[in-house]
Design a binder for this molecule. Structure first.
Ligand code: ADP
Ligand code: MG
Length: 242
């Protein structure tokens, strides 16, 4: 369970202060498909980046399975990002001169595993997203939809508990978008998927929960989650991650 507790975040540019998130609280289940909707500039990417440990909150707490992150050091955040989170971006972020097999393999954060086993895991992840026959291609030899599948394979190769996707269909046509949504829905069967999207139709069709943000504040939540009392009565503790 992931608990976002009263998180605020502001960005300062010169004298200008932008409040990106304003006291946001949200509890996320271990397995659900959450779509975050909202106009441009409403704080969606900020929220996703804070959930994924790519950006840090100013105040509040991000509680991961009962563990507070208030005292996290950078190596705790590294470990969290590497082992618990998989990211999917609108622009794919693939390494152009590497094959897609290498792209996925390079994302493997587990150590003490032989080269052949790493290859095998990367290959399996690519098969899972329907690209088993394309593993030796480079990104520029693929369509946008296929590149996004590679990005999803890369996000899944470490078997993360949480997959975060920021406008994953933002650069895709509608048919291809539907294929990517089908894939993410499948991924969300046994883990938490949080997706930011501009497309309410796709969100309502595929996600199990819709959260709307505006001006850094949550305006609606279709499936609010209040954890059982015994899960919340103990104060979050600090523990260093593996
Ligand atoms: P969204 O993803 O919903 O479009 P963002 O989370 O990217 O919104 O941004 C929320 C607000 O914070 C916007 O006003 C944006 O300009 C501002 N912002 C985001 N990142 C930065 C940054 N690194 N520096 C300054 N302002 C930022
Ligand atoms: Mg954004």
């Amino acid at each position: 369970m992931l608990q976002i507790q009263g998180i605020s975040k502001q960005y300062k540019t010169g004298d200008f202060v932008q409040r990106a998130l304003d006291n946001v609280s949200l509890n996320l289940r271990d397995s659900e498909f959450v779509a975050i909707l909202g106009p441009s500039g409403s704080g969606k990417t900020t929220l996703l980046n804070i959930i994924g440990g790519l950006d840090h909150y100013d105040s509040g707490d991000l509680v991961i399975n009962g563990i507070s992150t208030k005292q996290y050091k950078s190596r705790d955040w590294d470990s969290y990002r590497n082992h618990t989170i998989g990211f999917v971006f609108q622009s794919y972020n693939l390494i152009p001169h590497q094959t897609i097999l290498s792209n996925v393999e390079l994302a493997l954060t587990i150590s003490g595993v032989s080269h052949s086993e790493r290859r095998e895991r990367a290959r399996k992840a690519l098969e899972q997203v329907g690209l088993g026959e394309h593993v030796n291609k480079k990104p520029n030899q693929l369509s946008g939809g296929q590149m996004q599948r590679v990005a999803i394979a890369r996000a899944l190769v470490n078997d993360p508990d949480i997959v975060l996707a920021d406008e994953p269909t933002g650069a895709l046509d509608s048919d291809t978008s539907v294929q990517i949504m089908d894939l993410l829905k499948e991924v969300a069967k046994d883990r938490l998927v949080v997706m930011v999207t501009h497309n309410p139709e796709l969100a309502y069709q595929y996600a199990t929960r819709i959260v709307e943000l505006k001006d850094g504040v949550i305006r609606s939540d279709s499936e609010p989650f209040e954890p059982a009392q015994n899960e919340t009565t103990t104060a979050p503790v600090h523990k260093t991650m593996g």
